[in-house]
Write a protein that binds this ligand. Structure first.
Ligand code: ADP
Length: 297
């Protein structure tokens, strides 16, 4: 396991920010860390990186106990904090050289990282001359200088324009090929585009920790169907696995099923058996945004 969090709780004075959080991540996974503002995401990330201590629980990164041995653990962790604190008066290469000297990183790593995050053409510029997207690249380069196996990124795409967003997402995906990445975000589509797994927390409680594929196929299926005639509710109620239905206009319905089976052929057979014709039929996939709203409301 690259990351192991066991029953972590954190109090700020008497306010509980994390309530017995547990999860783990395998090598090479990209995990999206979702939750409304104030859910405890940054707190969890600061604990993972050894910057603050929990009141209870244990945290391991690459089998190293972060609480017992924070400095050793930090050698395997790359951290991009929220708001990416950079020395913006410095030149990009100069800043990375400075960071490398602090962490005693081999000099050849600097050019490697500049290349990895796509900063070659900007490396001679001052950081404050760069766009927000390129400044994030500098933060990411600094985070991977010591070649960590785990990357913790606190809202790395906040404040970026749509093009920068896509570029940084691609970069996170690329970095995730040989690192375990945990990154927090508010953007659901981002998680769908980049992540293997999703954690959703709310008010310090872990609500969801699942593979993205499983989360999307949670046996809930909605079919939108239009019949040629008005079908009575009693008739629709005879359908197998039906949970609920809603009439949208005269002959159209949203029908919710709970099953792993694809219900489309069953609805077709059902219509035929009842002498009804189907004019249109399609499944409405639940996206992560709907799920997020459902679990955090
Ligand atoms: P998120 O990153 O999900 O927005 P945070 O981890 O920043 O959430 O905050 C979780 C809760 O802990 C919030 O209620 C926040 O106000 C509180 N909190 C965070 N940091 C501190 C702090 N240093 N002192 C007191 N309360 C804090």
């Amino acid at each position: 396991m690259s990351i192991k969090v066991k029953s972590v709780s954190k109090f700020y004075k008497n306010q509980q920010a994390l309530k017995a959080i547990s999860f783990s991540a395998d090598k090479g996974q990209i995990i999206g860390f979702l939750g409304p503002n104030g859910a405890g995401k940054s707190t969890m990330m600061k604990i993972l990186t050894g910057f603050i201590k929990p009141n209870e629980g244990q945290v391991f990164v690459d089998e190293i106990d972060v609480l017992q041995n924070p400095l050793e653990a930090q050698k395997t962790i790359g951290y991009l904090p929220e708001h990416n604190p950079l020395y913006t008066d410095m030149y990009v290469r100069e800043y990375l050289q400075f960071q490398a000297s602090i962490f005693k990183v081999a000099k050849n790593q600097i050019e490697l990282c500049i290349d990895k995050v796509g900063l070659n053409a900007e490396a001679h510029k001052k950081i404050n001359q760069l766009s927000k997207g390129y400044q994030q690249r500098v933060g990411l380069a600094a985070a991977i200088l010591h070649n960590p196996t785990v990357l913790i990124l606190d809202e790395p795409t906040t404040g970026l324009d749509p093009n920068q967003l896509v570029e940084i997402r691609e970069l996170i995906k690329e970095l995730g090929k040989d690192k375990t990445v945990l990154f927090s975000t508010h953007i659901m589509q981002e998680v769908e585009a980049v992540c293997d797994r999703v954690i959703i927390i709310k008010k310090g409680t872990l609500l969801v920790y699942e593979k993205l594929t499983e989360l999307k196929n949670n046996n809930q299926q909605t079919i939108k169907v239009t019949f040629n005639v008005k079908v009575k509710e009693q008739v629709l109620g005879k359908l197998a696995n039906v949970v609920s239905f809603k009439n949208t206009d005269n002959n159209s319905w949203y029908i919710n099923f709970e099953t792993e089976k694809d219900m489309r052929p069953i609805v077709f057979d059902f219509a035929q058996e009842n002498g009804i014709k189907i004019l249109s039929l399609n499944t409405q996939n639940k996206n992560l945004e709907t799920l997020f709203r459902e679990v955090t409301k």
